[in-house]
Design a protein around this ligand. Structure first.
Ligand SMILES: NC(=O)c1ccc[n+]([C@@H]2O[C@H](COP(=O)([O-])OP(=O)(O)OC[C@H]3O[C@@H](n4cnc5c(N)ncnc54)[C@H](OP(=O)(O)O)[C@@H]3O)[C@@H](O)[C@H]2O)c1
Length: 318
């Protein structure tokens, strides 16, 4: 079958289109999917450098977020589903049957990309972990991105005031989602923290950027009551000392990895999934309109994501 194979730890430039891959065989509790689309996530970029904790070692068939038709294994043949399958940038992949979700009625498969990753992560950060309440202010970084767009839509739905950050070329798209204030955060992290504090400070910060932005996020959160949910490090690792937490920032810092929820907090994960279903019924969660790349051009999707040139969700179709 055709697929994208990562052949080094030197980034997306070595994500290589190949035609010589064997169709995988599903094991117990797994299904074989004919891939209809695969979601591109920042984690895919991190994996190509070998810096995603627990990620695969090169060479490997890349991609993990998938929609497809069940064609074999422990599942209902012919059903279209979304889930996680290592090696999703391919014509076929295997996926654990237990983690599959049906494609919402009337949606094309690729329109459901983001359901189990972007929306679940954004919702976990906002509600069960971030405890966002109506009338509060939330600072959402990378708000034009896959997770960011979902977060803005939900935060507005829950009655929050949204301060968003994004590259200037993406501000219009973020405003269209309903953000109240949009800031550029390039090169002036202190300026971002000062701007947020002038607006009264943030009750909640969705911290997915890291690097120099991390300190700005801590400084933008309201002392004592502010929460900073940390779930991404696209600009690099960052740290905070116990002294800084006690005497400088005085905020709550909360780590989030969505993959840990089904195992360590199944009731929280269950609530997230049913809340997403409710948001879909209420028209808050609408079908996605991802930017589509052909499998042959898949490396470009990861390069564009890494280069901050993208808005919203990206998909690779075989
Ligand atoms: N912990 C979890 O469970 C979990 C799950 C899903 C996603 N995530 C994280 O959530 C974040 C968003 O993921 P996504 O897949 O939806 O990606 P994305 O937001 O669509 O893309 C990343 C965005 O981050 C911004 N950015 C800021 N500094 C950057 C830098 N130095 N290099 C590259 N981009 C930079 C860019 O937006 P601007 O150009 O507007 O700045 C870029 O478009 C990532 O940190 C990802 O790792 C975490």
């Amino acid at each position: 079958m055709r697929a994208l194979r990562q052949v080094s730890h030197e980034g997306p430039k070595d994500l290589t289109y190949v035609e010589d891959v064997e169709v995988p065989t599903p094991g117990p509790g797994e299904v074989l999917l004919r891939v209809t689309s695969a979601g591109v996530n920042f984690a895919d970029v991190s994996q190509t450098y070998g810096i995603y904790d627990g990620g695969p070692d090169a060479p490997y068939i890349a991609g993990f977020e998938v929609t497809g038709e069940i064609v074999g294994g422990d599942g209902e043949v012919g059903k279209h589903v979304i889930g996680f399958g290592n090696g999703a940038f391919a014509e076929y992949t295997v996926a654990p049957a237990a983690a599959l979700m049906p494609i919402p009625e009337g949606w094309r498969d690729e329109q459901a990309l983001g359901l189990v990753l972007n929306w679940a992560t954004a919702l976990a950060a906002l509600k069960p972990l971030g405890r966002l309440a109506e009338g509060e202010t939330v600072l959402i970084h990378a708000a034009a991105g896959g997770v960011g767009q979902a977060a803005v839509r939900m935060a507005k739905h829950y009655g929050a005031r949204v301060i968003a950050t994004a590259s200037p070329a993406k501000h219009e798209a973020v405003r269209a989602l309903g953000a109240d204030v949009v800031l550029d955060y390039h090169g002036d992290q202190e300026g971002v923290a000062a701007a947020v504090n002038e607006l009264g400070g943030a009750d909640l910060v969705l911290e997915s950027v890291g690097g120099e932005t991390f300190a700005a996020s801590l400084a933008a959160a309201k002392p004592v009551v502010g929460r900073v949910v940390v779930f991404g490090a696209v600009a690099g690792n960052a740290s905070v000392s116990n002294w800084e937490l006690i005497f400088k920032y005085r905020v709550s810092v909360i780590g989030l990895h969505i993959g840990a929820l089904p195992q360590h907090a199944p009731e929280v994960y269950g609530w997230i999934m049913s809340e997403i279903e409710r948001l879909r019924e209420e028209g808050v969660y609408l079908p996605n309109d991802p930017t589509i790349y052909k499998l042959r051009d898949g490396a470009r999707a990861l390069k564009d994501l890494e280069g901050r040139g993208t808005v919203g969700k990206l998909a690779i179709v075989p």
